[in-house]
Structure formats: structure tokens, C-alpha cells
Design a protein around this ligand. Sequence first.
Ligand SMILES: [Mg+2]
Length: 243
Amino acid sequence: MISLILAQKKMLKLITFDLDDTLWDVRPTLINAEKKTREFIETKLGKLEWGSWEEFKEIRKNLIKTDASYEYDVGKLRKKLLLMKIEEKLGATEEAKKLAENAFEIFYIERNKVNFFKGVIEALSELASEFKLASLTNGNACIKTIGLDNIFEFNVSSVDVKSNKPNSGHFEKALQLTGFTKNEMLHIGDHQVNDMLAAHNFGVKHLWFNPDNLDWEVDCMPLPTAFSEWPSLVKEISKLQFT
Ligand SMILES: [Mg+2]
């Protein structure tokens, strides 16, 4: 199959992938990471009130006003939120700082424990034998910890380009790192705006991972070619036109 693709797709050189919700379902991972982190803090400080999603969004908005990097650096944002919560009990002390650092370490370990969708590793391994593969993420997953560093040649995170998809920074960086051109690149991701509209606006081919068969909601671009399960990905790529 892969050599067939290669014969048909001489122009395709680089395939980039979103990570969260494209290679794995991120929700259970984040819920578990959050739970373990809170449990750790509460063993030190006792029961805490963690606040609602609305309150979190308000705090985030205010933090971004004071420092724009909180918008694209999710690790820094997470550390700051943990510190703020701990300081409610311990005040602005060295002890609070240390506890926040330790809590973030726990969060980050758990955040990188992911369950791949069925067929991900098989498809990536097959594609990696013929194309350069890389990941473009707004999140802070670590491809080395997750064991993808032998498949992806590099990862571009928002913190690397000081910007989130759907802005073009991740895509520009990928081309800059490889020396390839837009028509030699394909981007694959789950998010209608951050992946599909982003790739469309940047001018690169794109494939939509749509496991839940969602309706297409972005009016300003055509419905992209979609696939709902990883075992069919190589076949879907072989159908794309590269000229
Ligand atoms: Mg995603």
C-alpha cells in the first residue's frame, strides 16, 4: 500500500499531525492528571475548593491581560494556577512555590499517559517509512515521554512559536525546519478550526479526523476529506491529489 502511495504522491514529503484528540482521546488523560494533582496537594494542605470552569476561564482571561504568554504556554498557565491555589493556604512562600512545582511534575507525568486510538502506531509506523512525520500541537504533550520521538522527526508546540493554531506559526515552523514547500505538506487533525481551517488558510492539504461523525460547521471553507478510524488513514491519503 505504502509504495503505491509513494508512486502516486511524489509531491508529498511531509505529514504533520495534531496530537490531542487526534492520536488519543485527551479528556480522560486530563481528568486523571487533574485528579492526581489535586489529591497530591490535598494530602499536604487538606481539602480545597477548586472552583468552576467559569471561574477558571475568568482567571485565565485576567492572567493573559497581565502576561500574553499565558495564552499559548499551557504549562506556564497550569503552574501559575496551581501556585495561586496553594498560596491561598500557604501565602506567597517558598514552601508554596516548591509544592506547586512538585504538583506540576505530577500533573505532567500523568498528562503524558495516553491511550492511542486503535491503529495509530501501525499507521504512523507505515507512513514514517516513506514520509517525514511531525506533530503540531497547541498543548504540551511530550512526544519523547509518550514514545513518539522515533516516529515524529520534531514537534512544534504553541510555546515554540508563541502562538496557537489556527494561526500559521506551527505550519511555518514545520516548513522552515524541513525546507519543504506548502504543496509538499499534508496536515491531519481533529479540530475544525485549529487544524482544518488553519491548514486551509495556510494553503496546505488537510485530512480531517472525525471519529464521532460530527457535522461540519466551518462555513468559510469546504468540507475536508475525513476519516473516522486510523486503520483507514493510509488509504485515505492515497486518494488525495497532489500535483
Ligand atoms: Mg486536537
